[in-house]
Write a protein that binds this ligand. Sequence first.
Ligand code: HEC
Ligand code: HEC
Length: 370
Amino acid sequence: MRKLIFVASIAGFITFMISCHKSNIQAPAGTTTVDLPATTAKYYNSTTEGYNPGINDKATLGRVLFYDGHLSLNNAISCGSCHQQAMGFADGKRFSTGYEGRLTGRNSQSIANLKGTDTTFYSDFLAATNFPLFWDGRENIVKNLINRPITNHVEMGIDDPSVLPAKLASLSFYPPLFQKAYGDPNITTDRISECVAAFIVSIQAHNTKFDRYKAGDVTALNALETQGLNLFTTKYNCDNCHRVLTSNYYSSGFVDIGLDESYADKGNGNVTGNSYDYGKFGIPSLRNVALTGPYMHDGRFKTLNDVLEHYSHNIQNSPNLDILLKDGNDKARAMNISDQEKQALIAFLNTLTDYTMITDPKFSNPFKTK
Ligand code: HEC
Ligand code: HEC
């Protein structure tokens, strides 16, 4: 009998291990192969290639690094764990699970359309830009950002990123990839950052119904979607902040939209130290917003309808509430968005989804379990 229980528990343990293994997008070292196309995928055009030779090979290598759990201390968490292609590179969770099951303090952000377009890539990615990163704007150079999740004890747990080159050099697929991108197989932390940055900046979402409409095809939006666009840009002034009309990516501002009367998270105020920045967060891009829920810096709203409920009649009189969200008496504005208008706004927000981006093989996980 005892023996039977022992065997059963061993079997249970093995099943448990296998199911853990399956739910993990990375398999441990030795059980995976990297499945890359024979010809280098085109992440950038020839202008960018002219500025930054090898940029397409760098992005190809960046793709492997992005999805590789070896960038974390326990080999289990990759960038792709919390930034998943099918979910517009967010992860569908209120808070994300990182190293040893620890939860992040904020909601994972979509990383598509991080910086401008192909042609502005070179300056955007190496230099400081006007488009601060993270919900609170604590970083503004994409390349410098890469070490932050790697060294973050909640996300990937590697205290000292200088251990990474030797760790990656021991994996057979890396030296040839570095050789191809740089002309020699040397692995450095700087190269790791450059390649991951080259990959993530290439993730752009421009193939949407709304882009076709903007390019002159007025039939791309139906009547309900067009009504939603008009409500978004005129009646409710959403576009004063979110700027889908004039910009493909983030607006540079930080604002307080009155989620709570007092602040649990000081947001940009933590970065600047000024009390007038407390509770202000970066204005998110609404590209692919239909896929990137739950919403807000703390993922408090599950659906777009919940978001609209907030703007409709739940804006709080918080200390730094933005002027656009106040009425004539300096109080929180109640937009009183009707149900029909909510439907139209949601229909419009759905036209910002790029379905090719979320299935494009060049952005997908290249690791295949043997
Ligand atoms: C454990 C989950 C997790 C992992 C792993 C992770 N991220 Fe993130 N990422 C987040 C969260 C949460 C945020 C928002 C953090 C904040 O604003 O405080 C974020 C924000 C970002 C942003 C900012 C986007 C913007 O619009 O400003 C970028 C870029 C990014 N991550 C890239 C990466 C890269 C590259 C890696 C791998 C080296 C990575 N992330 C690993 C959860 C994760
Ligand atoms: C004053 C500027 C401002 C205005 C006006 C505004 N927003 Fe926002 N919006 C923001 C900011 C900032 C956030 C993020 C707030 C946070 O997480 O704390 C946000 C978040 C969102 C989100 C969630 C996005 C995500 O990825 O989590 C959606 C959807 C949204 N807004 C839609 C709208 C709509 C629709 C309107 C008009 C009815 C509107 N916004 C008006 C600034 C604004």
